[in-house]
Write a protein that binds this ligand. Structure first.
Ligand code: HSE
Length: 324
Protein backbone atom coordinates (compact mmCIF):
# COMPACT_ATOMS: atom_id res chain seq x y z
CA UNK A 1 0.00 0.00 0.00
CA UNK A 2 1.32 3.45 -0.86
CA UNK A 3 2.64 5.80 1.86
CA UNK A 4 0.80 4.25 4.78
CA UNK A 5 0.47 1.47 7.31
CA UNK A 6 -1.54 -1.72 7.00
CA UNK A 7 -3.38 -1.15 10.24
CA UNK A 8 -3.31 1.86 12.58
CA UNK A 9 -4.45 2.32 16.13
CA UNK A 10 -5.01 5.62 17.91
CA UNK A 11 -5.73 6.46 21.53
CA UNK A 12 -7.74 9.65 22.01
CA UNK A 13 -8.67 11.41 25.26
CA UNK A 14 -12.06 12.64 26.31
CA UNK A 15 -12.32 16.23 27.43
CA UNK A 16 -14.25 18.85 29.25
CA UNK A 17 -15.38 22.01 27.44
CA UNK A 18 -16.73 25.36 28.65
CA UNK A 19 -14.32 25.25 31.59
CA UNK A 20 -16.15 27.71 33.87
CA UNK A 21 -16.56 30.98 32.00
CA UNK A 22 -14.88 29.69 28.82
CA UNK A 23 -18.10 28.94 26.96
CA UNK A 24 -17.21 27.30 23.62
CA UNK A 25 -13.60 28.39 24.11
CA UNK A 26 -11.80 26.66 27.00
CA UNK A 27 -11.28 22.90 26.98
CA UNK A 28 -9.13 20.41 28.84
CA UNK A 29 -8.22 16.86 27.87
CA UNK A 30 -8.87 14.21 30.53
CA UNK A 31 -7.31 10.81 31.11
CA UNK A 32 -10.34 8.84 30.02
CA UNK A 33 -9.85 7.38 26.54
CA UNK A 34 -11.23 5.85 23.37
CA UNK A 35 -9.19 3.57 21.10
CA UNK A 36 -9.76 3.25 17.36
CA UNK A 37 -8.26 0.77 14.93
CA UNK A 38 -8.52 1.30 11.18
CA UNK A 39 -7.36 -0.60 8.13
CA UNK A 40 -8.17 -0.69 4.44
CA UNK A 41 -10.41 -3.66 3.65
CA UNK A 42 -12.28 -5.37 0.79
CA UNK A 43 -15.60 -4.67 2.44
CA UNK A 44 -16.55 -2.19 5.18
CA UNK A 45 -16.89 -3.73 8.64
CA UNK A 46 -17.30 -1.64 11.80
CA UNK A 47 -16.92 -3.23 15.25
CA UNK A 48 -18.08 -1.11 18.18
CA UNK A 49 -17.04 -2.76 21.40
CA UNK A 50 -19.00 -2.27 24.62
CA UNK A 51 -22.60 -1.91 25.72
CA UNK A 52 -22.72 1.85 25.50
CA UNK A 53 -22.19 1.57 21.71
CA UNK A 54 -25.59 -0.13 21.24
CA UNK A 55 -27.62 1.79 18.69
CA UNK A 56 -24.65 3.51 17.01
CA UNK A 57 -24.63 2.71 13.29
CA UNK A 58 -22.12 0.16 12.03
CA UNK A 59 -22.56 0.89 8.34
CA UNK A 60 -21.15 3.68 6.19
CA UNK A 61 -23.23 6.24 8.09
CA UNK A 62 -20.96 5.68 11.11
CA UNK A 63 -19.20 8.90 12.18
CA UNK A 64 -15.75 7.27 12.16
CA UNK A 65 -16.26 6.02 8.61
CA UNK A 66 -17.56 9.42 7.50
CA UNK A 67 -14.69 11.42 8.96
CA UNK A 68 -12.17 8.96 7.49
CA UNK A 69 -13.67 9.57 4.05
CA UNK A 70 -13.33 13.34 4.60
CA UNK A 71 -9.60 12.85 5.27
CA UNK A 72 -9.17 10.73 2.15
CA UNK A 73 -11.09 13.27 0.01
CA UNK A 74 -8.95 16.13 1.34
CA UNK A 75 -5.77 14.14 0.68
CA UNK A 76 -6.93 13.16 -2.81
CA UNK A 77 -6.99 9.40 -2.25
CA UNK A 78 -9.79 6.84 -2.41
CA UNK A 79 -10.33 4.05 0.11
CA UNK A 80 -14.06 3.37 0.18
CA UNK A 81 -13.85 0.12 2.14
CA UNK A 82 -12.47 0.13 5.71
CA UNK A 83 -12.37 -2.13 8.70
CA UNK A 84 -12.80 -0.05 11.86
CA UNK A 85 -12.91 -1.07 15.54
CA UNK A 86 -13.58 1.23 18.45
CA UNK A 87 -13.62 0.83 22.20
CA UNK A 88 -14.44 3.81 24.41
CA UNK A 89 -14.33 4.45 28.14
CA UNK A 90 -15.75 7.95 27.55
CA UNK A 91 -19.41 7.97 28.55
CA UNK A 92 -21.76 9.03 25.76
CA UNK A 93 -23.79 12.25 25.89
CA UNK A 94 -22.56 13.22 29.37
CA UNK A 95 -20.47 16.29 28.52
CA UNK A 96 -17.11 14.52 28.43
CA UNK A 97 -16.40 15.00 24.75
CA UNK A 98 -17.33 11.55 23.40
CA UNK A 99 -18.35 12.85 19.98
CA UNK A 100 -15.28 15.11 19.75
CA UNK A 101 -13.04 12.16 20.63
CA UNK A 102 -14.67 10.07 17.88
CA UNK A 103 -14.17 12.88 15.36
CA UNK A 104 -10.54 13.52 16.35
CA UNK A 105 -9.75 9.80 16.65
CA UNK A 106 -11.33 9.05 13.27
CA UNK A 107 -9.49 11.92 11.57
CA UNK A 108 -6.14 11.01 13.15
CA UNK A 109 -6.48 7.29 12.37
CA UNK A 110 -7.43 7.89 8.73
CA UNK A 111 -4.62 10.41 8.31
CA UNK A 112 -2.06 7.98 9.80
CA UNK A 113 -3.38 5.20 7.57
CA UNK A 114 -2.37 7.13 4.45
CA UNK A 115 1.00 8.38 5.73
CA UNK A 116 -0.13 11.56 7.55
CA UNK A 117 -0.40 14.01 4.62
CA UNK A 118 -2.65 16.38 6.62
CA UNK A 119 -1.20 18.64 9.31
CA UNK A 120 -2.54 18.84 12.86
CA UNK A 121 -3.86 22.29 12.00
CA UNK A 122 -5.85 20.89 9.05
CA UNK A 123 -7.29 18.17 11.31
CA UNK A 124 -8.19 20.86 13.88
CA UNK A 125 -10.00 22.93 11.24
CA UNK A 126 -11.91 19.87 9.98
CA UNK A 127 -12.80 18.74 13.52
CA UNK A 128 -14.02 22.19 14.55
CA UNK A 129 -16.16 22.51 11.44
CA UNK A 130 -17.76 19.15 12.26
CA UNK A 131 -18.24 19.75 16.00
CA UNK A 132 -19.04 23.49 15.60
CA UNK A 133 -17.00 24.38 18.72
CA UNK A 134 -13.22 24.17 19.02
CA UNK A 135 -12.84 23.47 22.75
CA UNK A 136 -13.56 19.71 22.99
CA UNK A 137 -11.91 18.82 19.69
CA UNK A 138 -8.88 21.02 20.40
CA UNK A 139 -8.35 19.32 23.76
CA UNK A 140 -8.70 15.81 22.30
CA UNK A 141 -6.30 16.67 19.49
CA UNK A 142 -3.60 18.62 21.33
CA UNK A 143 -4.03 17.47 24.97
CA UNK A 144 -3.69 19.74 27.98
CA UNK A 145 -5.71 22.92 28.28
CA UNK A 146 -6.77 24.49 25.02
CA UNK A 147 -7.96 28.08 24.67
CA UNK A 148 -9.61 28.50 21.29
CA UNK A 149 -12.03 30.42 19.14
CA UNK A 150 -13.73 29.73 15.82
CA UNK A 151 -14.93 32.54 13.59
CA UNK A 152 -16.86 30.24 11.27
CA UNK A 153 -13.93 30.01 8.87
CA UNK A 154 -10.84 29.28 10.93
CA UNK A 155 -10.24 28.03 14.44
CA UNK A 156 -7.27 29.37 16.40
CA UNK A 157 -5.90 27.93 19.60
CA UNK A 158 -3.18 28.13 22.20
CA UNK A 159 -2.35 25.07 24.29
CA UNK A 160 -1.49 25.54 27.96
CA UNK A 161 0.40 22.91 29.92
CA UNK A 162 -1.88 21.91 32.84
CA UNK A 163 -0.49 22.55 36.31
CA UNK A 164 0.68 19.26 37.87
CA UNK A 165 -1.15 20.17 41.08
CA UNK A 166 -4.54 20.00 39.34
CA UNK A 167 -6.79 16.98 39.65
CA UNK A 168 -10.35 16.65 38.48
CA UNK A 169 -13.35 15.08 40.16
CA UNK A 170 -16.28 14.47 37.85
CA UNK A 171 -19.81 13.55 38.93
CA UNK A 172 -21.40 11.75 36.00
CA UNK A 173 -25.21 11.50 36.39
CA UNK A 174 -26.81 8.29 35.19
CA UNK A 175 -28.77 10.05 32.47
CA UNK A 176 -27.84 11.41 29.08
CA UNK A 177 -28.25 14.98 27.90
CA UNK A 178 -27.82 15.69 24.21
CA UNK A 179 -25.78 18.83 23.49
CA UNK A 180 -28.44 19.94 21.01
CA UNK A 181 -31.11 19.92 23.74
CA UNK A 182 -28.84 21.70 26.22
CA UNK A 183 -28.00 24.31 23.58
CA UNK A 184 -31.62 24.87 22.75
CA UNK A 185 -32.34 26.27 26.25
CA UNK A 186 -29.78 29.07 25.84
CA UNK A 187 -31.06 32.54 24.98
CA UNK A 188 -30.15 33.75 21.49
CA UNK A 189 -29.11 37.11 22.91
CA UNK A 190 -27.29 38.05 26.09
CA UNK A 191 -26.84 41.27 28.02
CA UNK A 192 -23.69 43.35 27.88
CA UNK A 193 -23.31 42.76 31.62
CA UNK A 194 -23.20 38.96 31.10
CA UNK A 195 -20.72 39.34 28.25
CA UNK A 196 -18.43 41.52 30.37
CA UNK A 197 -18.78 39.10 33.30
CA UNK A 198 -17.60 36.14 31.19
CA UNK A 199 -14.83 37.99 29.33
CA UNK A 200 -13.42 39.16 32.65
CA UNK A 201 -13.72 35.85 34.47
CA UNK A 202 -12.45 33.82 31.52
CA UNK A 203 -9.46 36.13 31.02
CA UNK A 204 -8.49 35.93 34.69
CA UNK A 205 -9.05 32.15 34.78
CA UNK A 206 -6.77 31.62 31.77
CA UNK A 207 -4.15 33.92 33.27
CA UNK A 208 -4.41 32.03 36.59
CA UNK A 209 -3.98 28.68 34.79
CA UNK A 210 -0.95 30.04 32.88
CA UNK A 211 0.76 31.42 35.95
CA UNK A 212 -0.02 28.74 38.54
CA UNK A 213 -2.32 31.04 40.54
CA UNK A 214 -4.55 28.24 41.80
CA UNK A 215 -5.77 30.58 44.56
CA UNK A 216 -7.59 32.64 41.91
CA UNK A 217 -9.57 29.70 40.48
CA UNK A 218 -12.42 29.85 43.04
CA UNK A 219 -13.10 33.47 42.15
CA UNK A 220 -12.55 33.23 38.39
CA UNK A 221 -14.33 29.95 37.57
CA UNK A 222 -17.82 31.40 37.26
CA UNK A 223 -20.15 31.73 34.32
CA UNK A 224 -23.16 33.83 33.39
CA UNK A 225 -23.68 32.69 29.79
CA UNK A 226 -24.84 29.08 29.92
CA UNK A 227 -24.83 27.44 33.38
CA UNK A 228 -27.75 29.46 34.81
CA UNK A 229 -29.92 28.45 31.84
CA UNK A 230 -28.87 24.81 31.92
CA UNK A 231 -29.25 24.36 35.69
CA UNK A 232 -32.92 23.27 35.39
CA UNK A 233 -31.78 20.38 33.16
CA UNK A 234 -29.40 19.05 35.84
CA UNK A 235 -31.05 18.85 39.28
CA UNK A 236 -28.54 19.78 42.00
CA UNK A 237 -26.29 21.77 39.65
CA UNK A 238 -27.28 25.18 41.07
CA UNK A 239 -26.45 24.09 44.63
CA UNK A 240 -23.18 22.45 43.56
CA UNK A 241 -22.10 25.55 41.62
CA UNK A 242 -22.90 27.75 44.60
CA UNK A 243 -21.28 25.64 47.35
CA UNK A 244 -18.66 23.19 46.05
CA UNK A 245 -15.81 25.59 46.80
CA UNK A 246 -16.88 25.51 50.45
CA UNK A 247 -16.34 21.73 50.40
CA UNK A 248 -12.84 21.54 48.99
CA UNK A 249 -13.20 22.31 45.26
CA UNK A 250 -10.96 24.97 43.71
CA UNK A 251 -13.67 25.58 41.16
CA UNK A 252 -16.67 23.80 39.72
CA UNK A 253 -18.44 23.86 36.38
CA UNK A 254 -20.89 22.04 34.19
CA UNK A 255 -18.69 19.91 31.92
CA UNK A 256 -19.44 20.90 28.34
CA UNK A 257 -23.19 20.94 27.87
CA UNK A 258 -23.62 18.55 30.84
CA UNK A 259 -24.96 16.68 32.63
CA UNK A 260 -21.54 15.86 34.13
CA UNK A 261 -20.27 18.30 36.77
CA UNK A 262 -16.57 18.86 37.10
CA UNK A 263 -14.55 20.10 40.04
CA UNK A 264 -10.93 21.18 39.90
CA UNK A 265 -9.17 20.03 43.05
CA UNK A 266 -5.67 20.57 44.35
CA UNK A 267 -3.77 17.25 44.23
CA UNK A 268 -2.71 17.39 47.87
CA UNK A 269 -6.06 18.55 49.22
CA UNK A 270 -7.11 16.89 52.47
CA UNK A 271 -10.78 17.52 51.66
CA UNK A 272 -11.32 15.09 48.79
CA UNK A 273 -13.64 12.79 50.77
CA UNK A 274 -15.66 15.80 51.94
CA UNK A 275 -16.10 16.96 48.35
CA UNK A 276 -17.14 13.48 47.20
CA UNK A 277 -19.72 13.32 49.98
CA UNK A 278 -21.05 16.80 49.19
CA UNK A 279 -21.53 15.98 45.50
CA UNK A 280 -23.19 12.61 46.08
CA UNK A 281 -25.42 13.86 48.91
CA UNK A 282 -26.54 16.86 46.86
CA UNK A 283 -27.37 14.71 43.84
CA UNK A 284 -29.07 12.00 45.92
CA UNK A 285 -31.17 14.74 47.52
CA UNK A 286 -32.46 15.39 43.99
CA UNK A 287 -32.93 11.64 43.31
CA UNK A 288 -30.04 11.70 40.84
CA UNK A 289 -27.72 8.69 40.81
CA UNK A 290 -24.22 9.58 39.71
CA UNK A 291 -20.79 8.00 39.39
CA UNK A 292 -17.79 9.88 40.74
CA UNK A 293 -14.48 9.56 38.92
CA UNK A 294 -11.11 11.05 39.83
CA UNK A 295 -9.31 12.10 36.67
CA UNK A 296 -6.21 14.01 35.68
CA UNK A 297 -5.57 16.30 32.75
CA UNK A 298 -4.27 14.34 29.74
CA UNK A 299 -1.19 16.02 28.34
CA UNK A 300 -0.67 14.06 25.11
CA UNK A 301 -3.81 14.51 23.05
CA UNK A 302 -4.50 11.97 20.34
CA UNK A 303 -1.67 9.44 19.92
CA UNK A 304 -1.00 7.16 16.99
CA UNK A 305 0.13 3.93 18.64
CA UNK A 306 3.21 2.49 17.03
CA UNK A 307 3.85 -0.56 19.23
CA UNK A 308 1.02 -3.05 19.28
CA UNK A 309 0.57 -6.70 18.46
CA UNK A 310 -1.25 -6.87 15.11
CA UNK A 311 -2.21 -10.49 15.78
CA UNK A 312 -4.34 -9.44 18.78
CA UNK A 313 -7.73 -7.76 18.54
CA UNK A 314 -8.00 -4.12 19.58
CA UNK A 315 -9.62 -5.08 22.88
CA UNK A 316 -7.01 -7.78 23.65
CA UNK A 317 -4.32 -5.17 23.17
CA UNK A 318 -5.85 -2.50 25.39
CA UNK A 319 -7.58 -4.51 28.11
CA UNK A 320 -4.86 -3.74 30.66
CA UNK A 321 -5.55 -0.03 30.17
CA UNK A 322 -9.33 0.29 30.03
CA UNK A 323 -11.39 1.36 33.01
CA UNK A 324 -14.30 -1.08 32.58
N1 HSE B 1 -19.62 24.15 24.15
C1 HSE B 1 -20.75 23.29 23.82
C2 HSE B 1 -22.00 23.79 24.49
C3 HSE B 1 -20.58 21.89 24.32
O1 HSE B 1 -21.92 24.24 25.63
O2 HSE B 1 -23.07 23.72 23.89
C4 HSE B 1 -19.27 21.31 23.98
O3 HSE B 1 -19.09 21.17 22.61
Amino acid sequence: MENGSRKVRVKVPGSTANLGPGFDTLGMALNVYAWIEMSIADQTIIHLIGEQMNGIPTDKSNLLYEVAQMVFAKAGVSHPELEISMYSDIPLARGLGSSASAIVGGLAAANALIGSPLSDDTLFQMATELEQHPDNVGASLFGGLVVAFWDGERAEHIRIEPDDRLEVLVAIPHFQLQTEKARHVLPREQSLANAVFNVGHSSVLVAALCTGRLDMIPRAMKDALHQPYRAPLVPGLGHILAEATEHGALGVALSGAGPTMLALVERDSSRKAELERFLLDTLRGEQIEATLLWLKPDKSGVQVLTHFDERCTLFENIKGEVRA
